[in-house]
Design a protein around this ligand. Structure first.
Ligand SMILES: [Zn+2]
Length: 254
């Protein structure tokens, strides 16, 4: 009998560990005030959606490790809230999506030198090790001007989102509707070609590097300049609305 109970205990423990959201830490009221004052997407939501946002943020932060690099010795609550909130914003159209493959967030104080690419970076994603790397200065700069279509946090989370969709074994791959994605891709390739050939484009030149960079740049504009993006190319904008299951034009006044 004892053996039975001890086995049962072990099984229950396993289940609770797997479904770690059951024990996720709650956001404090100070955290919510912080979001209200510092995260524009959250500010604009109605009370019901705010509750949804908070509960999703608790889920996103649970089981994610933040690691400071170089002079970053302490991970502040501000870092966790703003980076977590960016993940919630980009994935807000999907109730359960939390990008678990990218369980580690590395934070550098500023741009950092990569020994692999022999270049300075502002951020990157490493799907092999499940890591998102961000320069904190560059991350904050992205939110200083929230209407210029440049935002490092959105950019790197967009890369992570696109990868998470194709990486198997996370309980959350293949969440993009395939035919919508194909519609998006056809229009995105046209835009990449346009940038490459030097024609005037709404998107900055980094979007013309390849299709992956385009997706990240497109999402920066989707969240920061949705009306202008829609005016520029309503079809492309429409495919991203369907892909991400949300339309930022609802929250942001023109
Ligand atoms: Zn990129």
């Amino acid at each position: 009998m004892y053996l039975f109970y001890s086995l049962l205990h072990k099984i229950l423990e396993r289940i609770f560990q797997r479904h770690s959201y059951l024990r996720r830490p709650k956001l404090s009221s100070a955290d919510k005030v912080y979001l209200e004052n510092n995260f524009p997407f959250y500010q604009r939501l109605n009370p019901n959606h705010k509750e949804e946002f908070v509960s999703k943020l608790e889920m996103v932060l649970k089981g994610r490790t933040f690691i400071g690099r170089s002079e970053i010795r302490v991970i502040t609550q501000e870092m966790k809230l703003l980076i977590g909130a960016t993940i919630v914003m980009v994935t807000f159209g999907f109730r359960e999506l939390r990008l678990p493959h990218f369980s580690k967030i590395l934070i550098y104080p500023d741009t950092y030198y990569s020994t692999i690419s022999k270049q300075y970076h502002r951020g990157e994603v490493n799907p092999r090790h499940g890591i998102i790397v961000l320069s904190w200065n560059c991350f904050l700069r992205g939110y200083e001007n929230e209407r210029d279509g440049e935002n490092l946090g959105i950019h790197e989370i967009a890369h992570a989102l696109k990868l998470e969709n194709i990486i198997k074994g996370n309980d959350e791959s293949d969440f993009f509707d395939l035919s919508t994605y194909m519609d998006y891709k056809a229009l995105a390739i046209e835009e990449v070609e346009k940038i490459k050939s030097g024609q005037v484009s709404f998107f900055r030149s980094a979007g013309g590097i390849n299709e992956h960079e385009f997706f990240a740049v497109a999402l920066e504009n989707f969240f920061e300049r949705p009306h202008q993006f829609f005016q520029y190319n309503s079809k492309l904008y429409g495919t991203i609305v369907r892909l991400l299951r949300q339309d930022p034009r609802v929250w942001i006044k023109n």
